[in-house]
Structure formats: C-alpha cells, structure tokens
Design a protein around this ligand. Structure first.
Ligand code: CTP
Ligand code: MG
Length: 559
C-alpha cells in the first residue's frame, strides 16, 4: 500500500490496546469535523467498528437462554443490546456492552475446556454452558428499557414468496411496492453488526504481529445497496499507519519482502489462509484463489453465517463503496430504485445466473442505475463532486485519485427530483436503456455522460475511479442483448399494466420460468418481435423494421 495518502491527525477509536487502530490513512480523520454525523461514510464505518470492539457472540441452546445470558453478562457491566440470530438451526446471541471494559472483564473470566483436543485460541466468540450442580446466576427482572434492547426472535430472511404476497397488497401503487421491497430486503442492524464483527475478528487475530493492521468490509455490506444475506467482502491492510516518524531514531527490525509486492501479497495470503483454517474459530471451507487479478481467500463463517471474500490489495474498492454510499445517502430515491432494479434483474435471469464473469453483476447494474440518475439530473457526476471537494476529501489509493466531495449535505441541489416518483424513475429507467446504444457508447459516471467506446468490449462501463478501466470488460455479448431485451420487455409490461388490471412490480418480475417469447418497442414505438429478430434466419421484412441500433445489436450477437 505504498503511496497511499496519509493524514496528520490521528484519532483512536477505542481505548482497547488490542483493537485500537489508527484510521488516519485509509479513511481520513475519524472525527470528520463539521460533517453531518449521519451521512459520512467515515462516521458510519467508525461507529460500526467501535461497536464490534464492545461485542461478543455466544452460542446458546435456544432463544430461551436470553434472560439467563443477559443476567450473566450484566454482571460484567451494562449491556447496550442483545440480538438473537440463527445459523443452520444453531442459536446465537450477539451481545454489545456499553463499555469496552465490561467486554474485557468478561473475557478474563471466560475459560477453555480442558482435557479436550482443542487449540487454546481466545476470541470474542463463546458458547454458553450449564455447569452441573452450580446454581445458575440469580435471575434479574429485566426492566422495560432492558427488554427494548433485546431483539429476539430473529426475523428470518424474507423469501421471494413473502415479498410477492406483501407486494400483492399494493398492486396499484408501484412506488409503495418499491418502498416495501427495499424495507424487506435491505441489510438490517444485526446483519451489519455481524459483518463488522466478522471483520473485527480477522483484524484482532493478527494484531500481535501487525498492530496497525485494519480489516474493512466493502462492497454491498457497506455501500447501502446490501441485501439481507449478501456476501461479505473484506480487505486487509497490514499497516494502516504508514507515516514514517521522521524524528524517531529507533527503527523496527523487519524482514524483506520476497521478490515483488504482488508475490509477497500472495505469499502472505497463503500463510494467512492456513492460520485462518487452523486457528480461527468459526472459519471454515477456506479456498484460496490467489492467481486471480485480485487474489482472494473465500471462506464460510459458521458462527456469523457469512460467506466471505477476503483480499489484501484492493483499497480502491473501499473508496468505490464510499462513492456508492454517498450517492445513496444523497437522494432518497436511489436505494429503493437500485434494490428494485437489482431484484428485477435477478428475477429475469440477468444477474445471478450463467458463468460468473460473463454475466452482468449487481455492481454493474448499480452503476447503470446511478448513471441513468445522472442523465435525469438527479445525481451529480463524479467530476462535479471532484470539483467541489475540500482538502479533507483528498484520498489517493494505491492505483488512483479517489478524491470527491464526501459531505452529502454539500452536494449540489438537484431540482429535477421534485418532479419524479419512484415509479416514474423505474419506468424511465427501462425506457432509457431500451434505446441506449450499447454497441458504440461507453457509460461514464465520472463525466456524467456517455462517451464513445475506446474498444470493442461488449458492455463498457468506465470504472468510476479509474477511468481507463472498464468494470464490465468480461460481460459477454449475449448478456448485453439479453439485458436490452429485458429492459424493453419491462418497459412494455409497465406500459400495458397502466391500461389493464395490473399487479404492479409483480408484472415485471418473472417467476424464474423458461423464457417467454417477448416483444419490444423499436425507436418509433412500433412493436418488434424480439424472438424473430434474433432468429438466425432474419428475413428482409423484419430487417426493414429494425432500427440502426437493432442491426448493430444483431451484429454483436452474431460476433
Ligand atoms: N468492485 C470494483 N470494481 C470491480 C468489481 C468490484 O471496484 N470491477 C468493488 C465495488 O466496490 C463492489 C465491490 O468491489 O461493490 C464488491 O464487488 P461484488 O461483491 O462483485 O459486488 P457487491 O457490490 O458487493 O454486490 P453483491 O451483493 O452482488 O456482492
Ligand atoms: Mg459483494
């Protein structure tokens, strides 16, 4: 991570020696002076990270252990909250203390089980046992304020069936349906806590060797577009405090890296993966994918129920998460719209199917939605955000300049949003991409306009932070055609729904059936039969109905 931007102000997030980190480099100053507390990404990250240091998770027999566990833990200090959750029918409580001292005191009192073949590792993960013959902790009567902080039982992840029945109650109000869908699926408090806790466990496990290491969640776990049950993307930086202290005469003795930084990262990840698999409680099914462009370690966490992708070289991706987060914070339409479109894309098999890498991903769909909102003059371009940036917004990652205005309350006022509803935005999204010229145009969120493609990649979405890269380089031509078919079909279905009895969103969400023969409007709003259009034996009559764009698309398909 050499070359990463450094900052002068150092602020500790906690007084815990083991876990205190200096977040001065990666995320700027924790205090985030003069910034709105709720909306800065730094504050969000720092608050969640701090919570994790005061948290333990405890496996219990059932949710009935709640009062007993509450009583026991309370004897070490006041509890801020308790959440019940299950992983594969095993029951757990996440317990957050009000003060970190209570968590430390509890850990000092905890024990390993002797006379068993165990590796005596300590972490903030426990099981709660009954001791034969020993009186249980005196039960305390929980006050109503205590009870207000206990969340039990866990509400299970919604299913598509549950969502459909909730949407059925509002079939004539697509905006309402979009709000319901967002509320049902958005990552909830316990989901976010478990993600930060899982990151904290990794960080804590390597603190003695690397006291300044930092492990951060990124991607959908933190960018505001996370769905319940989404994977956890993690990135570790071994030294987050890279400023050389010029006045210091004592220099730490260290070893040299093997050959180059990339080889060293691979070597480090290989070693970490063995330690993770062998020593760290809950970590299971560790798979190393170290030859990839971004080497990752995949693993399952059996105690938090998360599927994790762990990497070490990808700090730019964290700033990308921040960019997406602040776009989501800046306008109330963004997140429900992205959720709805992601849900639609999954239901019509645009995402989540096929060979990974060749299909369109959730991240790419999100960028398509944000770009569309820029065209609607609802979101500013990244260039505008960069021009409005202040000195405290400057961030330079390993690979690029990630400077942009980070205070949402200073975003330019986008008047256009006053004329819109979620429903109108959804409809226009489908119409907008129905006529977008994917064959020659690239999408640039940085410029806020489409540009001519610099090469023949099938789908070209400029990386918002590293403009020269295409984040959708691997998407196959057929996937682009399928996307265009699907948006045209959705535009038509919504249009039809306005004329007859409609089920709102449910009309455009497919129910994972074999694909139907579909039709769409061409540019002159003449109906074109797509299935015929894409038949290899296109006759002249059909060709005459085709727009230039259709012909280009057909060329893409054939190539
Ligand atoms: N990312 C990136 N460039 C890419 C791919 C991914 O910067 N070409 C970053 C983005 O910040 C993205 C994150 O890596 O959000 C994680 O990627 P991925 O897991 O594919 O997407 P998510 O946004 O996490 O969505 P999902 O819920 O599908 O995991
Ligand atoms: Mg992800």
């Amino acid at each position: 991570c050499h070359g990463m931007h450094t900052r002068n102000s150092h602020t500790k997030i906690t007084d815990d020696n083991q876990t205190s980190k200096l977040l001065n480099t990666t995320f700027g100053n924790i205090k985030a002076e003069n910034q709105s507390l709720a909306s800065t990404f730094d504050n969000f990250l720092n608050n969640r990270r701090k919570e994790a240091t005061k948290t333990i998770i405890v496996e219990v027999q059932s949710s009935d252990s709640c009062n007993d566990l509450y009583s026991y833990c309370s004897s070490y200090g006041p509890i801020h909250l308790m959440h019940h959750y299950t992983v594969d029918k095993n029951h757990f409580f996440l317990v957050e203390f009000k003060n970190i001292e209570s968590r430390k005191a509890l850990m000092t009192a905890a024990t390993h089980i002797h006379h068993q073949d165990i590796i005596p590792v300590q972490s903030q993960m426990f099981s709660f046992r009954n001791i034969a013959g020993q009186k249980k902790t005196k039960k305390i009567q929980l006050s109503s304020s205590d009870l207000a902080n206990i969340h039990v039982p866990t509400i299970n992840k919604p299913t598509v069936e549950k969502m459909s029945s909730a949407l059925m109650n509002h079939t004539n109000d697509i905006t309402k349906q979009m709000e319901i869908l967002y509320d049902m699926w958005k990552l909830d408090d316990i989901g976010t806590r478990l993600r930060f806790f899982t990151a904290h466990q990794m960080e804590n496990s390597f603190t003695s060797l690397f006291p300044n290491n930092i492990v951060l969640p990124f991607g959908s776990s933190v960018n505001g577009f996370g769905k319940k049950g989404c994977d956890l993307d993690l990135v570790m930086n071994l030294d987050n405090n890279i400023m050389e202290k010029q006045g210091s005469r004592l220099v730490f003795r260290t070893k040299s890296i093997v050959s180059d930084q990339r080889s060293q990262t691979k070597k480090t990840m290989e070693l970490l993966s063995f330690i993770m698999q062998t020593f760290i409680p809950g970590i299971s099914n560790v798979i190393r994918i170290l030859k990839a462009r971004v080497p990752i370690i995949k693993y399952d966490h059996l105690l938090t129920g998360l599927e994790c992708d762990f990497s070490m070289t990808n700090m730019t991706a964290v700033y990308m998460s921040e960019l997406l987060y602040i776009y989501g914070e800046s306008c109330e339409f963004v997140r429900p719209l992205v959720f709805t479109i992601r849900q639609w894309a999954s239901s019509v098999n645009i995402t989540g199917v096929g060979t990974p890498g060749t299909t369109i991903s959730n991240f790419q769909i999100t960028l398509l939605v944000l770009f569309y909102l820029q065209q609607k003059k609802i979101l500013p371009s990244i260039n505008v955000l960069k021009s409005l940036s202040r000195p405290e917004d400057v961030r330079i990652s390993e690979t690029c300049d990630c400077t942009f205005l980070r205070n949402v309350s200073l975003f330019p006022i986008m008047k256009n949003k006053n004329n819109e509803t979620l429903e109108s935005l959804l409809t226009d999204f489908f119409v907008y991409y129905s006529t977008f010229d994917f064959s020659t145009k690239a999408i640039s969120l940085r410029d806020g306009i489409s540009l001519y493609k610099p090469n023949t990649d099938n789908l070209y979405i400029c990386n918002p932070l590293e403009k020269a890269l295409n984040v959708s380089k691997n998407v196959h031509a057929t996937e682009v055609v399928r996307f265009i078919e699907a948006v045209r079909n959705a535009a038509e279905l919504i249009n039809e729904g306005n004329e007859k009895d409609s089920r709102g969103l449910l009309d455009i969400f497919a129910e994972k059936q074999p694909r139907k023969k579909i039709t769409f409007f061409n540019k002159s709003f003449k109906r074109v039969n797509v299935a015929d259009l894409f038949d290899d034996k296109i006759n002249d009559e059909h060709k005459n109905n085709m727009t230039n764009e259709d012909i280009k698309k057909e060329r893409i398909r054939k190539s």
